[in-house]
Design a protein around this ligand. Structure first.
Ligand code: GDP
Length: 566
């Protein structure tokens, strides 16, 4: 823009911001300042994944090829997630690798009769949603493990809601059917209460009875995963620079920074330059969990890579670029930005945003003290949805607000609403750093009223026009100093300077806008009453003729009330 720093700082000061030359401006301020100097600024970030220069034809349909599915196992504690991961690992080790020492790298592949499946080795919905809150989604299919002896438990429900919030399909593995107390039918009954209706009952949820311990039916489970994956038509283009995400990372005393990455598209090769979050490097080696070395990794393949500068974070995205200078530059720029961002609080949706009209889809996580109030509140809240604002309770439960709730809220941009409970200090702190809004209430009426008020703020207001005055043009003067001035008589109401004005000729609207001045004799006035004469000039309009009618009007915004449409 070719401006002097001093000029910008002065302008900032005029806008009420005291800034120094080294300070980063937030985007709103930066755009505003550009405007102030007559520039039209558009936001475009240099260093985000989505803005790294890419050939847009690379992901054309014609270039896509099938890839294998990526699966996460979820479920209540002790229902057999780890046992299932082990059973799958041992019964279907990729040929030739059996007997080797396996090393936990965070993900592994197994072979089935119809292809490979990649399993993420950190079971549970916490890790899954933590990744998602960082913008990364790796999982295609969730296997929900439910113990046939214990039934649906709180974390089972959490897992269902976390998977649903991420739009990931669920396959239910009813585990421990070897136990005499197992009652798989009862599980189907229970789970159908949470929107997962078994296929055999006409629904679309695949349910399989298994025993992880006795390794029963593991193969059919895997076959069904493949079947589901086939229907989902999972595809990626393997013929381009690789992209993907970090599953795990650590600093190894001998090997340096080690990261397990999952290739999501393209092919990763030894020697590739990659930028990963705020770090970068060149791939020196790629190893799978059986210790086998590879020189390339195709989509859906997890590999441990060596050669990064420092360990990235789980959930970071990686991108391969042509030149080392590019990855270094981007990583360094991101690091600078991360430093600055750390000083600024994050912000997800809050009741205030709703009032400011930011979201028309309101997602809520509802936690209450007891089951009874949960049902009642849920009903009351869900009934408030209407055709303009969709209120969705993405997770609910009786019990305290947990860190997992906060992470889910952050990942899904939801609001946490608590009734008769308070978050503990650790949860409050996490909510603060994640920018998640928690609202707690002791009185149901207050809770409903607040949500209702927020939703009403979200409705577009009705507008209503009100004519406040009329004047008829008697004479037109063309003045060299003041442009065209119409000599008028006010015939109704008042002629007012600070309201909208419309010029009518034979009832046709010729002009609508503002007046630039209203004068009584030589003086500028704010308003002129009915029966008096005055001179009126219009802003940027001079084609006024005798007998034209000036209509003065205001537009009132009328806040709307929420109407129950059901
Ligand atoms: P996680 O907490 O969900 O990972 O559960 P684990 O895999 O650690 O299993 C919890 C307990 O259930 C362990 O004692 C397992 O041996 C047992 N278990 C897991 N699967 C089965 C099964 O199919 N049948 C029986 N009888 N026990 C099982």
């Amino acid at each position: 823009m070719n401006l002097k720093v001093g000029d910008i700082l002065r302008k900032l000061m005029a806008l009420g911001t005291l800034a120094t030359i080294n300070q980063r401006l937030d985007t709103d301020t930066a755009i505003l300042i550009a405007n102030e100097f007559g520039f039209d600024a558009k936001l475009s970030s240099l260093y985000e994944e989505e803005d790294i220069q890419k050939d847009s034809t690379e992901d054309d349909k014609a270039n896509l090829q099938p890839r294998s599915p990526i699966v996460t196992i979820m479920g209540h504690v002790d229902h057999g997630k780890t046992s299932l991961l082990d059973a799958i690992r041992h019964s279907n080790v990729i040929a030739g690798e059996a007997g080797g020492i396996t090393q936990h790298i965070g993900a592994y592949r197994v072979k089935t009769s119809t292809g490979e499946i990649t399993f993420l080795d950190t079971p549970g919905h916490e890790a899954f949603t933590a990744m998602r809150s960082r913008g990364a989604q790796a999982t295609d299919i969730v296997i929900l493990v439910v113990s046939a002896a214990d039934g649906v438990m709180p974390q089972t429900i959490e897992a269902i809601n976390h998977a649903k919030a991420a739009n990931v399909p669920i396959i239910v593995a009813v585990n421990k059917i070897d136990l005499p107390t197992a009652n798989p039918e009862k599980i189907r009954q229970e789970i159908s209460n949470y929107g997962l209706l078994p296929e055999e009952w006409g629904g679309d949820t695949i349910m399989v009875d298994i025993s992880a311990k006795q390794k029963m039916n593991i193969d059919s489970l895997l076959e069904l995963v493949q079947l589901k994956a086939e229907m989902m038509e999972l595809k990626a283009n393997p013929n381009k620079h690789a992209e993907g995400i970090v599953i795990e990372a650590k600093l190894d005393p001998r090997r340096g920074a080690v990261a397990t990455v999952l290739v999501q598209s393209g092919t990763l090769h030894i020697g590739d330059n990659l930028v990963v979050g705020t770090t970068f490097g060149k791939v020196r080696a790629m190893i799978d969990e059986y210790g086998k070395r590879f020189d390339k990794a195709i989509p859906s393949m997890p590999v441990e890579i060596l050669g990064l500068n420092e360990p990235p974070q789980a959930g970071d995205k990686f991108v391969v670029l042509e030149h080392e200078s590019q990855v270094r530059e981007i990583a360094n720029a991101r690091k600078e930005k991360a430093k600055a961002d750390a000083l600024r609080p994050k912000q997800h949706v809050s009741l205030l945003d709703l009032n400011a009209g930011k979201a028309k889809h309101l997602k809520i996580i509802l936690k209450t003290d007891v089951q009874g109030s949960l049902g009642a509140l849920c009903d009351a809240l869900e009934r408030m949805s209407n055709s303009e604002i969709n209120l969705e309770i993405i997770h609910k439960g009786a019990g305290s607000i947990t860190e997992s709730d906060v992470v889910l809220a952050a990942a899904s941009d939801a609001l946490i609403v608590g009734f008769n409970i308070r978050p503990d200090a650790a949860v409050e702190k996490l909510a603060e750093t994640e920018g998640v809004s928690i609202n707690v209430y002791r009185i149901i009426y207050d809770l409903i009223a607040d949500i209702k008020a927020a939703m009403e703020g979200l409705l577009d207001p009705d507008t209503q026009e009100k004519i406040t005055g009329k004047a008829v043009v008697k004479q037109v003067f063309k003045l060299s100093s003041a442009g065209t001035v119409a000599g008028c008589t006010v015939t109704e109401g008042k002629a007012q300077r600070n309201v909208k004005i419309r010029l009518l000729r034979d009832n046709v609207i010729i002009f609508e806008g503002n007046s630039s001045a209203i004068k009584r004799f030589k003086d500028d006035v704010k308003e002129v009453e009915k029966g008096y004469e005055c001179g009126i000039s219009l802003e940027n309009f001079s084609d006024i003729k005798v007998s034209d009618v000036m209509e003065f009007f205001t537009i009132e915004k009328i806040a709307r009330k929420l109407v129950n449409e059901n």
